[in-house]
Design a protein around this ligand. Structure first.
Ligand code: FAD
Length: 406
């Protein structure tokens, strides 16, 4: 291929959205998309939810094969990239051969984090990142009645709620003092832990678990509070960026592939997007693991690749998580420093909205089973509006009427 070619490594949400944006710009014929996975690119969020419930549930494809063909995108499945030669501008494939690029985009995402000193050799220990992982887990769930989940983050709690809905006995062991501690406010953690416990899920906090193996099985976990026999364990203690390829090629990495505000790595011919990219945020760098981030970065990357106006990546992050009867939605980000929160209990079962202010400015909103509140807050944040906190406390006024963005 010529200097014109755009090679994308990784066909997840970011890689496929980048294809879509390049196709929209009439540039599909320049794109070669390399995927380590054997199957057509699919949506990951259902894997911890509906996909586990039905034995025959198929993956939800991001795009059909014909869509790539029609646009002239070359899609190569089962092609893991193992090296980048930045001088020659080629990538090497694990099964042999190499592909030349004019511009390269690393959309390699993350992989499941494994706690130090743990092994995934045991036949009853699982992780959940890919459709393949989900199929193996789904199969294993059919033969067990009790599920233990290591990690009380989004994926762990989604699977916990799914398993509870399947009638399994579920226990979550979380090392931190609260659920989803890296991503949500203490008030939301507290609300969610109470809801899951009320739904029959056993949740142990501050539970650093030590494993005990017998033959090829994990048989027991010991925490400071007691011993738990294990039938099936899901390890859901977070994800780590797939940055080995970038690191070996000498690109700047620091818990992710470091990019500038236009998503270029330390090599101007190489961009990085999605879960694996760490971008500038205020005085620091930030890495987000969400569909919003993958898609928004992909759209901006297309503009950078095609020499569009020098837009900078300044996202308004949003995220959702479905945990059984709880639908969590979040928008915005808090800075460090004191926070003032307005709390609104909704009429729906389990409904709660939290509006977080810093120095009188609305920075972030979180809701559970309150989509209307979430939507209003998102509109406010996107429009840069901040209703005065004291006006929010007047519950007689519908939120959307307090400060309607024009
Ligand atoms: P990925 O989707 O992970 O794609 C990266 C791809 O790159 C993978 O296919 C990988 O195989 C491939 N790759 C890696 N290295 C190479 C290589 N060397 N050569 C070739 N290919 C390579 N987000 C939400 O916002 N809401 C949710 O409810 C939600 N639920 C989730 C549930 C689950 C079970 C999981 C796993 C994730 C969930 N997420 C959710 C997160 C969301 O899926 C990710 O943020 C999103 O997938 C990130 O997209 P990405 O393209 O950066 O990475």
């Amino acid at each position: 291929m010529s200097d014109e070619s755009i090679v994308i490594v990784g066909a997840g949400h970011a890689g496929v959205q980048l294809c879509a944006s390049l196709i929209e710009a009439g540039q599909g014929h320049r794109v070669h998309l390399l995927s380590a996975e054997q199957e057509l690119p699919y949506h990951r969020p259902p894997l911890s939810k509906s996909f586990l419930k039905q034995a025959k549930e198929p993956t939800q494809l991001l795009r059909e094969a014909a869509w790539f063909e029609r646009a002239g995108v070359q899609l190569s499945l089962g092609q893991m990239v193992v090296a980048i030669d930045r001088q020659a501008k080629t990538v090497t494939l694990r099964h042999g051969g190499s592909v030349s690029y004019g511009q390269l985009v690393l959309a390699t995402g993350t992989r499941a984090r494994i706690p130090p000193a743990w092994s995934l050799e045991a036949t009853n220990v699982h992780v959940l990142r890919t459709a393949r992982d989900a199929r193996v887990l789904r199969q294993a769930l059919q033969a067990c009645s009790a599920v233990t989940i290591l990690g009380g983050g989004f994926i762990g709690l989604e699977v916990a709620a799914t398993c509870a809905s399947l009638g399994k006995q579920v226990r979550v062991l979380e090392a931190g003092s609260r659920l989803m501690g890296r991503a949500v406010s203490p008030a939301l953690s507290d609300h969610v832990v109470r809801a899951h416990r009320a739904a029959g899920i056993d949740i142990e906090l501050q539970a650093s678990a030590r494993p005990q193996f017998h033959g090829d099985r994990l048989v027991r976990l010991t925490t400071d509070f007691g011993q738990h026999d294990v039938d099936l364990l899901l390890v859901a203690v977070g994800a780590q960026p797939e940055s080995d390829l970038a690191q070996a090629a000498g690109l700047r990495c620091d818990d992710g592939i470091v990019v500038d505000a236009q998503l270029r790595t330390s090599d101007p011919h190489i961009l990085a997007i999605g879960d694996g990219a760490r971008f500038p945020w205020g005085q620091a760098h930030l890495r987000l693991e969400s569909i919003q981030n993958a898609q928004d970065q992909a759209r901006l990357a297309a503009s950078t690749l095609l020499g569009g106006p020098a837009a900078l990546y300044r996202p308004m992050p949003w995220f959702w998580s479905e945990q059984g009867a709880l639908r969590l939605q979040m928008v915005g980000l808090l800075e460090s420093g004191p926070v003032e929160t307005y709390r609104r209990e909704g009429a729906q079962p389990g409904a709660l909205s939290l509006f977080h202010y810093q120095q009188g400015i609305l920075r972030c909103a979180e809701s559970v089973n309150a989509p209307a509140d979430y939507l209003v807050a998102r509109k406010w944040l996107e429009a840069g509006l901040s209703p005065p906190l004291d006006r929010l406390t007047d519950l007689a006024i519908p939120l959307r009427a307090i400060l309607a963005p024009s």
